[in-house]
Design a protein around this ligand. Structure first.
Ligand code: BDR
Ligand code: CA
Length: 310
């Protein structure tokens, strides 16, 4: 089977954690690095979390490299009320022994792009990718595809207009969407169809593996947050949709669009302007429209069940 070589650019993040653990357990993917960015929590925490996850998965061959600590403009506003103070639901962890790359995430990305075809799965703010484009503009013609979780057509989750990953760094997102690389975007309109419920948490707990137990424990406060926020405990698995797109090609229906980002706006900073008019799209950017949640959940369960029990 031809494996897709990927780097996951991430701000773990509870839903990032599930996405990463699913990716690392998927034979369709060759995950070569996790590059971290500030977002859900600060860079120090997202980077420590990436190292924790690599260690938990037993995949210490995966490079972890730290990237940008702040958005291109403005100040960082994190989401620890959603993901916990540490970004992973505040569980107890041993200090990870997995090393941190000496190079900046952008340099690691650049080297990996030069070596062999690479797909980037971007599930945090897009600051690292914007810096990559600024320093090495040729990458926009070399990267195979960028699969992004971010944005919304109809309703944001930080403001009525803006979704977190884009809202955190709209200037970076504007540059990423303006570049020539092929993009598949998973906006909130799609991710709100991808849910885990209490039965899925129980399933994970009963797997008897460290991964299963930790996933359930991380997701528990996240479910409580959903209850407070949306009035139901079903968990929106935002970031895992980007991985699902790669491990199950065609399972997410997509549409050609063009995307621009609001960087001004009295109320709408960080909004994604997803234009679906056929005459105004060039086929470079596609947006995820729908998925079958039963199939999605079954695939995630299956992959998370492959981790060993003690
Ligand atoms: C996105 O924002 C973060 O809180 C999640 O990890 C996800 O990447 C959803 O809006
Ligand atoms: Ca994320």
């Amino acid at each position: 089977m031809a494996r897709t070589r990927v780097v996951i650019d991430t701000d773990p993040g509870v839903d990032d954690a599930i996405a990463i653990l699913v990716a690392l357990a998927s034979p369709e993917l060759d995950v070569v690095a996790l590059t971290t960015v500030a977002g859900n929590v600060d860079l120090e925490r997202t980077t420590r979390n990436a190292r924790r996850l690599v260690e938990l998965s037993g995949r210490s061959d995966v490079v972890v490299a730290a990237g940008c600590a702040a958005p291109l403009a403005g100040v960082a506003v994190h989401a620890s009320e959603v993901h916990g103070n540490d970004g992973l639901g505040d569980l107890e962890w041993d200090e990870p022994s997995v090393p941190l790359a000496k190079e900046h995430a952008v340099e690691v990305l650049r080297s990996l792009i030069e070596e062999e075809p690479l797909t980037i799965v971007a599930i945090g703010p897009l600051t690292n990718l914007a810096l990559l484009l600024e320093l090495y503009p040729d990458v926009e013609r070399r990267v195979e595809r960028v699969v992004i979780m971010g944005g919304a057509s109809f309703e944001g989750n930080v403001t009525p207009a803006a979704e977190f990953n884009i809202w955190f760094d709209p200037e970076a997102a504007e540059r990423v969407f303006a570049a020539a690389w092929p993009i598949t975007l998973m906006p909130l309109d799609l991710t709100h169809q991808a849910m885990f419920n209490d039965a899925d948490l129980a399933y994970l707990r009963e797997l008897g593996s460290d991964v299963g137990r930790r996933c359930a424990a991380m997701l528990e406060p996240y479910a409580a947050h959903h209850d407070q926020w949306y009035g139901q405990r079903d968990i929106i698995m935002h970031d895992a949709t980007a991985v699902y797109e790669l491990i199950e090609p065609g399972a997410i229906t997509t549409q050609a669009v063009s995307v621009t980002v609001e960087t001004g706006g009295q109320y709408s900073r960080g909004a994604t302007w997803i234009n679906r008019r056929r005459s105004q799209v060039d086929g470079r950017v596609r947006v995820g429209l729908s998925l079958d949640n039963e199939l999605f959940v079954a695939r995630l369960r299956e992959r998370l069940a492959t981790y060993p029990t003690p």
